[in-house]
Design a protein around this ligand. Structure first.
Ligand SMILES: Cc1ncc(COP(=O)(O)O)c(C=O)c1O
Length: 432
């Protein structure tokens, strides 16, 4: 495979943009310039074609450039856009759909990114509880803002320690965010007790997909719900990845645990920019979109026709077609195919995943938290992904990253991917 045109354009990109990319972790080798996306496939500037499992970090539940969604957006733009006052018919229709499907959503507000949604949820929780502290989990990601940007992909020696993700963060924000271990209820309980009456909210990815796929152990999410109830803490499920990808009612519907507030984005609109915060009416009414509300909520582009039309269309697809049935079946096929190959080749590994999400950790047991992932062979993990890229299979070449299957993937892509995986692993393990 040649990447000459990508390399040439990358030099141009770097002249005008620091690092040539517009999100930090996009700067990976080889640096690809993308020009076309369709269904399960993406194409780079050299004309290389890849089956895409990166899926832009998760929005593409239906696949790239889905015609139904795109046409609904074009149709909407033929008559409407953004007003900066009042409400649009599209906003009402989308809000109705979300409140119908998502258990925690008595009311909903739209914004443009997952980071905005988590920021609003945390500020609301602080207003409601009149407390300041926040609990998050080591390895979880909730966006770029100061409240949550600590202890994300920490280096192993910084696990659980004070690990801000950026220079320039406000010290008070860092110190008021407490960090717990995923799947460890005792740790959460003791953290709450040693900060008695000070914790406003607990924010969690119900499945931490930012580190691949670590499943909540039976009773963990239920235990968090109970602890939050007992201590007057607002429970926030950050379903920016899990929401709509794992069920039209989000993962909370699957788990049977209802948070107080939910943040959503990504698969909500199949790649178009929109996000949401939803939750109990008694809390949502504190936002100052409600007359008398005292928690600021605003955004020039909130509720734009592009995002709302795309989201309505995406949810309609989920309502009317077997989207989840399809991606769950292919996810299971991929995971069981992987397990067979890895067993055949006698490679120490753990195939993780849920529904349309999967990854192979090169370690001998099921990881239950971020610390466990130290046992994953990161060098092999990344090299394996790079080798697959050379065969036209795109999985982000970065440690701990997950893969996504979309409604556009078919048995053909899964079968071909499994064949390539077996070839690559045989060569890498010298088993040919
Ligand atoms: C769980 C989770 N929450 C929040 C965010 C932030 O969303 P955005 O990148 O749209 O600001 C992300 C982004 O990857 C995420 O994975």
């Amino acid at each position: 495979m040649e990447f000459k045109e990508s390399a040439r354009l990358y030099e141009e990109a770097k002249k005008y943009t620091p690092g040539g990319v517009h999100t930090s972790i996009r700067n990976l080798e080889p640096h690809l310039i993308f020009k076309k996306a369709e269904g399960a496939y993406i194409y780079d500037a050299d004309g290389n074609k890849y089956i895409d499992y990166q899926g832009a970090f998760g929005p593409y539940i239906l696949g790239h450039n889905n015609p139904y969604v795109n046409n609904k957006v074009i149709e909407a733009l033929g008559r409407t856009d953004l007003y900066g006052t009042g409400t649009t018919d599209l906003e009402i229709e989308l809000a109705q759909k979300i409140c119908k499907h998502v258990p925690s959503a008595e009311q909903v507000l739209f914004c443009n990114s997952g980071s905005e949604a988590t920021f609003h949820a945390i500020r609301l929780a602080r207003a409601v509880t009149k407390r300041v502290k926040l609990i998050k989990f080591q390895g979880c990601y909730h966006g770029w803002h100061d409240y949550v940007a600590r202890n994300m992909l920490s280096s192993w020696d910084m696990i659980g320690k004070r690990d801000p993700g950026s220079a320039g963060m406000m010290e008070e924000a860092i110190d008021n965010t407490l960090v717990c271990t995923f799947n460890d209820l005792e740790d959460v309980e003791s953290t709450i007790k040693s900060n008695d009456g000070e914790v406003a909210a607990l924010i969690i990815e119900p499945i931490p997909h930012n580190i691949g796929c670590i499943m909540p152990q039976p009773g963990f999410l239920e235990g968090l719900r109970k602890l939050c109830d007992e201590h007057g803490i607002i429970l926030i499920f950050d379903e920016v990845i899990t929401g709509f990808r794992h069920d039209i009612g989000c993962y909370q519907k699957v788990a049977g645990v209802t948070p107080d507030l939910t943040t959503m984005g990504k698969a909500m609109a199949n790649g178009f920019p929109i996000a949401a915060i939803a939750g109990k009416k008694q809390y949502m009414q504190r936002f100052n979109t409600q007359p008398g509300g005292d928690v600021w909520f605003a955004g020039t582009y909130n509720g734009h026709a592009v995002g709302t039309a795309a989201s309505i269309a995406t949810l309609e697809m989920m309502e009317n077609e077997p989207v989840h049935e399809h991606v769950f079946r292919l996810g299971e096929k991929m995971r069981s195919g992987l397990r067979d190959i890895l067993k055949r080749l006698d490679i120490e590994s753990y195939v993780a995943g849920f529904g349309s999400v999967f990854t192979t950790y090169f370690m001998g047991f099921e990881p239950k938290n971020y610390s466990d992932l130290q046992h994953n062979d990161a060098v092999f993990y990344v090299a394996y992904r790079r080798a697959l890229m050379e065969k036209g299979i795109f999985k982000l070449p970065m440690n701990m990253k997950r893969n996504h299957i979309s409604y556009s993937h078919t048995d053909k892509e899964i079968d071909y991917t499994l064949e390539c995986i077996e070839d690559v692993l045989r060569v890498m393990k010298g088993k040919k």
